[in-house]
Design a protein around this ligand. Sequence first.
Ligand SMILES: Cc1ncc(COP(=O)(O)O)c(C=O)c1O
Length: 463
Amino acid sequence: MLEDLGAAPSGAIVVLQACAHNPTGIDPTLEQWEQIRQIGFASGNLDSDAQSVRMFVADGGECLIAQSFAKNMGLYGERIGALTIVCTSKDVARKVHSQVLLVVIFACRDDPCPVKLNLIAGAYRTEEGKPLVLEVVRRAEQQLANDLSCDKGYLPIDGLADFNKLSAKLILGDDSHAMEDNRVVTIQCLSGTGSLRVGAEFLAKHHEQRVVFLPNPTWGNHPFIFTLAGLSVQYFRYYDPQTRGIDFQGMLEDLGAAPSGAIVVLQACAHNPTGIDPTLEQWEQIRQIVRSKGLLPFFDNAYQGFASGNLDSDAQSVRMFVADGGECLIAQSFAKNMGLYGERIGALTIVCTSKDVARKVHSQVLLVVRPMYLSPPIHGASIVTAILKNSDMYKDWTIELKGMADRIISMRQQLYEAIQARGTPGDWSHIIKQIGMFSFTGLNEKQVRWLAKEYHIYMTYDG
Ligand SMILES: Cc1ncc(COP(=O)(O)O)c(C=O)c1O
């Protein structure tokens, strides 16, 4: 060990198991740890057996620590841990942290004004500005807490089987032929983002065409997710600033010019950030061009139920593509429609052309997930499954969901009327024409900065 560490190039990362080494069960003695410390850097696992790690931290050098609460709290299935990066100075620590966060989020967080408004995140808030926990979710959680047969064991790599089946049914419909033909692969993932990332990693490994086309504009995280997975990102026209509506002709032209096999990300409904969706006739034209050009559609389905208040209506775009028998991927999230933001619960569905292909795809997706996070968390999946499985709870959920969607529509109307009542110049009808949680207001960066400075209202700089 000392010889190999001694021969490693300067700056190389060395992974050290802090204690209870897996699989040998053999740890260095404290004296041996001291000798290792004199050679390099640590990555380990903290609890009462923390001496190895503390020895490295005490010398003032850098190290990374991957911490897990699976074993020492028995929280295997909750997937809870932390990454600690010990830096050489406060300044370095700030830079390491801030690279991950946007400047505007910091500005909002650090604003002491009690009436500040954070309109950056796509999260539903109550009249009091608080996150809403649905009644039906509370009931499901009570049910789980009272059920002593529920444990915290690891889920399989692809998650909870019932959750996967019910999630696929929710987006594909009760009578999905693709599901009947067993050519649908669904795996539980870490909400919508995790589903997109697993899908992107899978495609980067196995799809022959490495180009992905995103709508311009799109959710700010999309380009990062696909680029970091190793795909090359391009854009198709989506928004027309003149009409503040969809640039449908531009979209068809760009998709028509995309190379065969290219991946196309389509937001299933309630487009973020524009709030503008194609009509059903337009979706049909998009489907035809996607299929005729041999493009691969990857649906981002983060807002099912939030656009119209109806789960089936909001699934029509996806179902149209699945009905033609072709392939597609769907990233599904329960963050918004069940208010389970922090539970990180979602699913990746891959619709294949045959049962045989689906079997192969499934085994390859498992190989993508295992080195990423081993298996997904159990709690959110259990809540969603309890609700989707029980017809009374399901019905109550749809009522609460409709309540949220209706309130969004009424907020848009109120905002529009207030703007009109003040005689604000310009046409603001896009506020009520756009749908879902997002509005592309048409405000520019200067105006957005002014709103933050004068009124403590924080929005993304693109309005
Ligand atoms: C279009 C879109 N996709 C995916 C997500 C990811 O959501 P989550 O990872 O919380 O499910 C969001 C979140 O705002 C979104 O707007």
